[in-house]
Design a protein around this ligand. Structure first.
Ligand code: GUN
Length: 287
């Protein structure tokens, strides 16, 4: 069996077109949805990410502001910028690009963002909302994975989902989202005794470790859905995920490629969260 691909580029295109339609509707009501992206320092990967985020906003009709600061910006000054953006009515979403320089407490900065503008979904209030099933913003990468499962009409209820990785940004929120859809969820990590024994029982595997070949063909149940969140480089310098794609695609039923899988979905869901934030603000001010 060769797995069917879940195409993140195609799905992104559809979802971004919906964002553009919603942005146009808001603009007709006099509200221009706006995202502020804050970058501190010169991290080359971060520079590429923020450029892509700003470009994606432009392409979907969202207003975006890119604020760039030198690496020696003080924590107090960054907190003051976040506070100003919290109070700026033209800004509906705030994203502070991570990692931040070592002298800045990243969690403190994230907690300074108004939860109503936390389109990254990293604030403890957002995490709490996800955990309790209350309205809030979901972290973009796992939210994108859920959209990919939805796009193939996959019914999670009663299925066994195994998440490999326990980060606050992907692994833990991913597990909560799968649980909310009534999957039976196992979280595996670096101390898991026998990873293969777990993944071989899985109907869905989400690999979010940041290491190549974490999941190989012998670890996958025939027909399983495999979602690859990894972004690594192979020996030739080519982008690859956490999954041994060539091997696993011969066993799985569905698989996301790298590149062209989860990657584009992360920015897409940032746009979705931003338009949602703008719509909620517009609805609140209309009442
Ligand atoms: N750095 C890498 N990915 C992300 C992300 O999704 N959001 C933020 N704020 N920083 C990141």
């Amino acid at each position: 069996m060769t797995a069917q691909l879940i195409d993140g580029n195609a799905l992104s295109k559809t979802l971004r077109a919906e964002v553009a339609t919603r942005a146009a509707a808001l603009k007709a009501r006099g509200v221009v949805p706006g995202l502020a992206v804050v970058l501190v320092g010169e991290n080359p990967a971060s520079q590429v990410y923020v450029r892509n985020k700003v470009k994606a906003c432009e392409d979907s009709g969202l207003h975006s502001v890119l604020e760039k600061y030198p690496a020696d910006l003080s924590e107090a000054d960054l907190l003051a910028r976040v506070e100003a953006l919290n109070n700026d009515p033209a800004i509906h979403g705030i994203l502070v690009q991570l990692p931040l320089p070592a002298h800045i407490d990243a969690q403190k900065v994230i907690e300074a963002i108004a939860p109503a503008k936390d389109v990254d979904g990293f604030h403890v209030a957002s995490a709490g909302a996800l955990m309790t099933g209350s309205p809030g913003f979901w972290p973009c990468t796992p939210y994108g994975c859920m959209k990919m499962l939805e796009s193939i009409g996959y019914e999670l209820r009663g299925k066994h989902a195994v998440v490999i990785g326990r980060s606050n940004i992907v692994g833990k929120p991913m597990a909560l989202m799968l649980l909310a859809k009534s999957a039976t969820v196992t979280i595996c990590h670096s101390a898991t005794a026998d990873l293969g024994a777990m993944t071989r029982q899985a109907d869905v595997v989400v690999a979010a470790v940041g290491k190549r070949n974490v999941l190989t063909a012998d670890m996958v149940k025939p027909g399983a859905v495999v979602i690859d969140v990894g972004m690594n480089r192979n020996d030739e310098g080519k982008l690859c995920g956490d999954v041994d794609f060539a091997g696993v695609r011969e066993v799985a039923g569905w698989i996301t490629p790298v590149p062209g899988g989860v990657g584009p979905m992360t920015i897409t869901m940032l746009l979705v969260n931003t338009i949602e934030a703008a719509e909620r603000t517009a609805a609140a001010s209309a009442t």
